[in-house]
Design a protein around this ligand. Structure first.
Ligand code: FCB
Length: 435
């Protein structure tokens, strides 16, 4: 790598990130059905209709996986807790096996000196709650708060940090407006409600965890830089609308107690009654903000109904996901988040990484990480209080609608034998973190 641990301030956290449904193997340990299982079982939603039943079998192999994290020299592990594993019906009786699993996982991290950094929800909503309207139903805030209390009542005493929800934009917009993720809806009213309720659920969970006496609670959002596809005013407006929906809505709610005007223009008629009264909960104080960053989009106008934009193919080199490599976006979001929203609150890169096909010499992943870490350093040099960097991902895993083909891992997984093999990027990071 072009960087080493000693280039960063003392205490800067290096971590690896994963999520429950993407690695655990959802069929094990008494987990209940989720909306991802239904989504994946519907032809056309997921490549080859692949699902998370087995995934990386992390449920049985977590000791080996934590050994890999430790051996790379990481300080922290960002994992998520499956709501349906803990509460198979989403509410009510907890699954003792599920709670035991996260308890063992936590202790296994601590035994290795790894800091447990939990995310409560990384997208596998229990099906019984989806049947009640899921993120469209305001009651989800209370259901989620209850889940937060159950799981953190068990492991919260040993967490280094906790964030309620991974990537509100994906939970709400990608899944209810674009239809690309579960529950696969394409409906502006559903999207508006999900956008608001995901924030209400976030704030409710923060309040409940404070009630348990917990600290170091944060929020994790994803960001995509939006550039106009050409020089026209229409393209400029389109990119600003994309930016407002994707990058400004959630931080706006959490830090300004307001949604961007550009978003209200389309969503206000569809927001639930009384939405303006929820900002005290939504803006419950957090201790840090995590940024997930991968790419940028070129955006052009469609001339069609709001939001009236479309993604246009860009000219930059692309990853296996077809995502342009645009490290400047990481710098832009770190500086903008601190300047406009979070001031001196600690920031973390909670996800960054790339997919590349196997077999590969992994030089592209090394170059990607080098380029993005350099931008993080540039932002830090300007005073942005970045306190850590988590790589997505430890393992090749279930990449949602794209199945098992897109390989984000620092460690290769053979999905037949489930054998783990560190890639060149893993070895390079290991060296960098030892220096
Ligand atoms: C993020 C998700 C993560 C993974 C990466 C590639 O949006 O949080 O689960 O899919 O993208």
């Amino acid at each position: 790598m072009d960087f080493k641990r000693s280039d960063f301030p003392e205490g800067f956290l290096w971590g690896a990130a994963t999520s429950s449904y993407q690695i655990e193997g959802h069929s094990f340990g008494g987990a209940g059905p989720t909306h991802w299982d239904s989504f994946a079982a519907t032809p056309g939603n997921v490549v080859r209709a692949e699902h998370g039943d087995l995934a990386c079998d992390h449920y049985h192999r977590f000791e080996e996986d934590l050994d890999l994290i430790k051996a790379a020299g990481f300080d922290a592990y960002r994992f998520s807790t499956s709501w349906a594993r803990v509460l198979p019906d989403g509410r009510g009786t907890a699954n003792a096996e599920g709670l035991d699993f996260y308890d063992r996982l936590t202790d296994a991290m601590l035994e290795r000196g790894l800091k447990p950094c939990a995310t409560l929800y990384h997208w596998e909503l229990p099906q019984p709650l989806a049947d009640l309207g899921g993120w469209r139903n305001r009651d989800i805030a209370g259901w989620f708060g209850d889940f937060a209390e159950v799981i953190m009542g068990r492991i919260g005493d040993r967490m280094h940090s906790v964030a309620p929800i991974n990537e509100p934009w994906c939970v709400a917009w990608l899944s209810h407006f674009m239809g690309h993720h579960a529950p696969g809806m394409r409906d502006i009213r559903a999207a508006a409600r999900a956008m608001h309720h995901v924030l209400l659920a976030h704030g409710t969970a923060i309040e409940r965890m404070r009630g348990l006496g917990m600290s170091n609670l944060g929020a994790v959002c994803n960001f995509e830089w939006a550039d106009p596809a050409d020089e026209s005013d229409a393209a400029r407006e389109a990119a600003l609308d994309y930016d407002a929906i994707y990058n400004r809505f959630f931080l706006g709610g959490m830090f300004h107690k307001a949604y961007p005007e550009r978003v209200l223009k389309g969503l206000e008629p569809h927001l639930p009654a009384g939405w303006q009264d929820d900002f005290d909960t939504i803006a419950a104080p957090v201790d840090w903000v995590g940024l997930n960053y991968y790419t940028r989009k070129l955006i052009g106008p469609t001339g069609g109904p709001w939001p009236g934009y479309e993604e246009v193919d860009g000219p930059l080199p692309k990853t296996q996901m077809g995502w342009e490599v645009y490290p400047d976006g990481l710098y832009n979001f770190l500086t903008r988040t601190a300047a406009n929203y979070t001031s001196d609150l600690p920031l973390y890169m909670t996800e960054n990484g790339m997919a590349s096909p196997a077999p590969s010499d992994d030089q592209d992943r090394i170059a990607y990480l080098n380029a993005h870490v350099a931008k993080a350093r540039a932002a830090m040099a300007e005073g942005v209080p970045l306190k850590g960097y988590f790589i997505w991902s430890l393992l090749d895993n279930y990449e949602w609608a794209l199945g098992y083909e897109k390989r984000f891992g620092l460690v290769h997984v053979d999905f037949e034998s489930l054998q783990r093999t560190p890639k060149a990027s893993y070895e390079a990071l290991k060296l960098a973190l030892s220096q």
